[in-house]
Design a protein around this ligand. Structure first.
Ligand code: TMP
Length: 220
């Protein structure tokens, strides 16, 4: 596959969507004519977005952790097969807001499901697709949750307000999420780049672009 697959990971309020927008604009300017596809998980296809709705709305306790993990991986399988692989085969640069690492961390390390079994279920769904680069936007859980709450309040957006199921899992859970992502960065040091996202969006953007500028060729 001739494309490039970049994922953005992190806890709540880590600023992934802002960074993705900034990177998209920069890639479009740096590689004119190259297809840049922005997508997200859970979601990314009409059916996967339906599964997203089940996952991110309602009471925190409404699903068993096992069912939650299987739904995440089911939606990812649709997304990979129908959107990500075809785009990479076309030569696109794909920017995904979350991917498999989120399941290994949220359902695995933070909710105590066995990570190796989760990896095996992913392999059943779509063999072994790994991102080329993963930016982990690292922020203390307290700060991230404050930002996420503030964002929902500021947007006054009933849809995003309804998408707060994971935020309601509590601070201890989100502390485990942060530690889990950092453990994953240790496990995959060549792929996962840790970005200090505790300061301004501009500060995160500088770190992300410095890494991309060093890593990507000047021209496609
Ligand atoms: P978002 O807020 O980044 O759109 O993601 C929605 C929520 O879903 C977020 O709280 C993290 C959670 N999530 C998982 O628990 N496991 C996963 O595999 C994915 C993709 C997301």
């Amino acid at each position: 596959m001739s494309g490039l697959f970049i994922t953005f990971e992190g806890g709540e309020g880590s600023g992934k969507s802002t960074q993705i927008k900034l990177v998209k604009t920069w890639l479009e300017e740096t590689f004119p004519g190259r297809e840049i596809l922005v997508t997200r998980e859970p979601g990314g296809t009409p059916e996967a977005e339906l599964i997203r709705n089940i996952l991110v709305t309602g009471a925190a306790e409404k699903l068993s952790v096992e069912a939650e993990a299987l739904l995440m991986i089911a939606s990812r399988t649709e997304h990979v097969q129908k959107v990500i692989i075809p785009a990479l085969q076309r030569g696109a640069m794909v920017l995904s807001d979350r991917f498999s690492d989120s399941t290994l961390v949220y359902q695995g390390l933070a909710h105590d499901l066995p990570v190796e079994e989760l990896i095996a279920i992913h392999e059943f769904g779509f063999d072994d697709l790994q991102p080329d680069i993963t930016f982990l936007l690292d922020v203390p859980a307290e700060l991230g949750l404050q930002r996420a709450e503030h964002r929902q309040y500021a947007q006054k957006n009933p849809k995003s307000e309804a998408e707060s199921r994971f935020e309601e899992k509590g601070i201890a859970f989100h502390q485990r999420v942060r530690a889990g992502f950092l453990a994953l960065a240790d496990r995959y040091p060549g792929r996962v780049i840790v970005i200090d996202a505790s300061q301004s969006p501009e500060h995160s953007d500088k770190q992300v672009k410095a890494h991309l500028a060093a890593r990507l060729p000047d021209r496609p």
